[in-house]
Structure formats: C-alpha cells, structure tokens
Design a protein around this ligand. Sequence first.
Ligand code: PLP
Length: 380
Amino acid sequence: MVLGLADGFSMLGDSVPQYINSKVKELEALGQKVYNFSVGEPDFSLFPEVRDAGILALRENFAKYTPAAGIEELRVKIAEKLTKENGILCSAADVIVTSGAKQAIYNALYAVVNSGEEVLIPSPYWTSYAAQVHLCRAQPVFAKTDDFVIKADLLELSITPKTKILILNSPNNPTGTVISKSELKRIADLVLSHDIYVMADEIYERFVYEDEHYSLASLNDEIRDRTITINGFSKTYAMTGLRLGYATAPKEIIKMMNRIQSQTTLHPSSISQKMGVAALSVPLRNILPFVQEYKKRRDFVVRRLNEMNLDCCKPQGAFFVFPSIESLGISSQSCSTTLLEHGIATAPGIAFGSDHHIRLSYATSMAQIEEGLENMEKVL
Ligand code: PLP
C-alpha cells in the first residue's frame, strides 16, 4: 500500500538536530562522554516563578480542556507584550497559543499555502521550514543570501507567480544573522509590491548581542496586515519541553489557524499555559544575565573555531555558530559523523541548506564548550 506522503517522504526525514540529540542520549546511556553542541536548547533552569505557577496549576487541578486558541489570560498577556515590546498593535483575539512555535508555523503554513504553491525561504534556513512546506504539499524555494545576510534584492530573484509566502527568521537559526531595520523596510516593500504574505519567526528575539531586533509587523499597518509573527517560550524562558508558542496574524489567518488547531491538537497543555502567564511577568532584567553569558560563549567559540582554521563569522544573535568546513574537503555529514564518533555532537550543515558548514549550539556550559572544542581541535 502506498502511504500518503510516499512521494515527499525522502524530503521530509526526521529533524536532524533532534535525531543527533537522540544519538547523544543513546551514547550517554552507554556511558560515553559526549560534548553536545547539536541542539538549540537553553541550558539554564526554569525561572522559579514559572515553575511555581505550574505547581500551583496542578494543585488547583487546572487540568481540563481550554479554549482552542488558548486561555484568555495568556492571550491578553501576549497581546500586551506584542503591542508594548514589539510595536505590533494587537488584541487577545488576534493571538493563538500553540504547542511550541513549531506548531504555530505549521498551522500558519497549512492555513495560507495551497498544494503546488511556493514558499520562499532564505538559505541557510531552519530545517523544519522546508519539511513543513512539504507536509503542506507545497514547494520550498531557497533564496540566496549574501554571506548569510538576508537581502530584499536577492529574495526578489526567486519570487515567481506561484510564491505565496516568504519565511523570515531573525535572529537566524543556524547563522545567527539579524536583519537590520533598513533591510526589513526593503523586504516589507518587496512583500507588498508582490502581494505575498510573510512569516516572521522571532523566537530568538531576546538573544541579540550587537544590533537590535525589530519586528517586521511593527513597521506599518500595510505590512502588519500581511505578516504572521511567530514566537514562543522555549528559548527566552528555557521552556523547550513545555511546548508553548504563539502567533499573531491578520484576522482571517488567525481564524483558519484556530480551526486547524481545534481539529488537531486542540490546544497546548493547560499547565504550560499557566506557566506562560507567569513567564510573561518575568522582568527583562532577569533574562539579561543569560544573554550576557551567551555573548561571552559566542565570543569564545568564534575565536576558537577561527584558531582551528574553520572560517566562522561572528553571529549577532541566537545561540549558534555556522563555521565553514570547506578547508577540510569533506561533506558536512561526514564531518558531523566523524566528530560524533569522537564524542562531539554537531549538526551537519546540509540539513540547513549548506554542505560546506556545520552548526554548533553554544547553549551549553563554558566548561563543556572549552573541553569540547579542545577535543574537536585534536580530531580535526
Ligand atoms: N523557529 C526556530 C528558528 C527554531 O530554531 C525553533 C526551535 O529550535 C523553533 C522555531 C521552534 O521552537 P519551539 O517549537 O520549541 O517553540
């Protein structure tokens, strides 16, 4: 019997960083020491007030179905945050809460894209975008970037009459680049002139070390009416396992996303939603020490990789580096495989659209980074 996704399945695959992370767990279970640079997961703990909100929700038996879009209390908080901190004017009715940003992205793509249409993705890109586009039976089209910098004129070269939506990710996974405000304006003009939609995935918004993060949808009303803004709690609040994300979008798209969600997962865990309410009350000054710490790690990792002759530019944001392995003359898959055999887990760049790079996450302790990179230098 031929399964529904048989034709597109080879394109789909497993999430590569998640697959490598599961390999790491297997090796660790066998007692092997592994330096894990493979997964984009903050290494700090839950904020105490967030943890306590979860415990309280359990004690109060907050364990029943919630509205499909998420509890009102959380959507009000998210709308306030988006309006005040991001300059995206919206109300609770314009917000959907999802099981991680990943599901927000999928709901949005499923709502907007028809079979056979094209989704424009600047490359390198986060691996799940392309897989989710395939799940929607649409076509990912990868646009060139200029030394990882996303530019409107390069995007325009790949726009066709079939292009339905552009996916922007800033700060970017895997490259760490941040789109400047002036470039965002050029991209907004491009989107409006070609009458397409845009998805702005802002999940790394707090991890910015050099420039500043701007939300595309804050630029003007016209672009806000074309933009789906994606965000979540995984990275800023170290809540990856709690699966909580959200989106705001034009009313007709939010309505479709709500319908899709109500017929599939219904809503994220009620407990996680209560924890999300508490997370949005954590003052930004409590998050800054982590950002400072990540900046220190970034500087160290970039310096060490360059000392190994792996050309690595300094990312302005997120918590990844994407060094070139061209000097080694091997594929990214064999580079990552060899490193893993020596107890160093990285993600091959091919999963992100470049076989000349590997991705390392520095969301792991400085001691692990120092030792891991020392070993990596020896292996190389
Ligand atoms: N967007 C980007 C660019 C990511 O890197 C990730 C996770 O790694 C996500 C979205 C999804 O995050 P989550 O589903 O944990 O909220």
